[in-house]
Write a protein that binds this ligand. Sequence first.
Ligand code: SDX
Length: 430
Amino acid sequence: MSDKTAKLTIGDETWDLNVREGSVGPDVIDIGALYKDTGRFTYDPGFTSTASCESKITYIDGDQGTLLYRGYPIEQLAEHGDFLESCYLLLYGELPTRAQKDDFVHRVTYHTMVHEQMTRFYSGFRRDAHPMAVMTGIVGAMSAFYHDSTDITDPHQRMIASLRMVAKMPTIAAMAYKYHIGQPFVFPRNDLDYAANFLHMCFAVPCEDYKVNPVLARAMDRIFILHADHEQNASTSTVRLAGSSGANPFACIAAGIACLWGPAHGGANEAALNMLSEIGSVDRIPEFIARAKDKDDPFRLMGFGHRVYKNYDPRARIMQKTTHEVLAELGHQDDPLLQVAMELEKIALSDEYFVEKKLYPNIDFYSGITLRALGFPTTMFTVLFALARTVGWIAQWKEMVEDPSQRIGRPRQLYTGAAPRDYLPIDQRR
Ligand code: SDX
């Protein structure tokens, strides 16, 4: 407990509020007793100044443009590690030893298959259903198949549910893709690593062998690392709130997937690529920059801006580097959309509107170009984001469930509706 206090004075009354310090980052003013002591709520609809929880998992410094998973900079994890190592780190708090890594990889590998009856769920969807709609439905349905890992009070069941989610999301995502394009499902293979297995399940066909390109598999793995967790973003906060009622982990992750789908959040990678395609050529960029600045035009530059980053999103830098690597490997260096993206970034970053509002490219700005080059349709982009973010959602859900002070989340409101009034019989209404 820090010895710092904040004073709140309303009229001739003053209250002391305890100020708590984190290991890094802003202090927080503890207002847990504010309503009980003052009869008043705080008001912060977008949670721009509100810490919803205490967490030890991920830290973002928006001004510095830094992102840490359990204290490790994202740049180092993306450069030197792999996705399952980051999954272990996010879930258990430390980088694994060689033995711990091997055991974790083995356990994930042997949980990648889904219950065979789940395949029938897919056939209930139209082929042209958006894969995010399929993901939301299928993941929610997991609680109907994996009853033995839905008791959130049992640490063993929580661990099994966590492993199942991390292990099965690539299989579920690949099946959503295959169903969408009318090709047969491809089973996971235990001889392939996580990212290679996912690419194989997406792009292999029964008629011939499919060799995974190691450069593309490494790029896919790095993209998963970049998307794994990100503090209390909208979808993570959704998972925490759903979990605070005691809902099972599969239902909570399905809620997170639904929230992530929005174009202001995880849907931005699909929206950003569609925007780059609509711009089409470098000479049309000024027209779109003007629209983004026009208060009367709801258009925004998709892939730009961020609630927390008021500097360059560190993930966007790594994403841009990965984009160049993938396009070079595939011989698409002159992809016109990449030219448009790089010119758009250059113009936007020198425009006083974007400078003044501290709008920088975020992770979604370059990811779409890379994912399209890897062979995915735009409708699959947010599915890949959900696949990678599942470990972050699960780690945050686990941290919340294991917090002894955890209570059901139940915000209050500022009510500006009708004052109390009596019922009026219908023939007296005007
Ligand atoms: C993700 O939270 C996370 O961590 C999310 C995420 C994660 O990993 O989980 O990082 C993933 O969601 C990244 C963000 C992807 N979304 C987009 O790229 C969509 C485009 N961006 C915007 O919709 C917006 O920037 C948000 C939603 C990302 C942030 O919105 P905020 O923090 O509520 O900011 P705001 O809407 O209040 O904007 C502040 C000002 C406004 O102008 P004023 O009203 O002050 O005059 O900046 C303007 C906005 O109009 N602005 C933009 C803009 N983003 C903000 N203007 C033009 N283009 C944009 N992209």
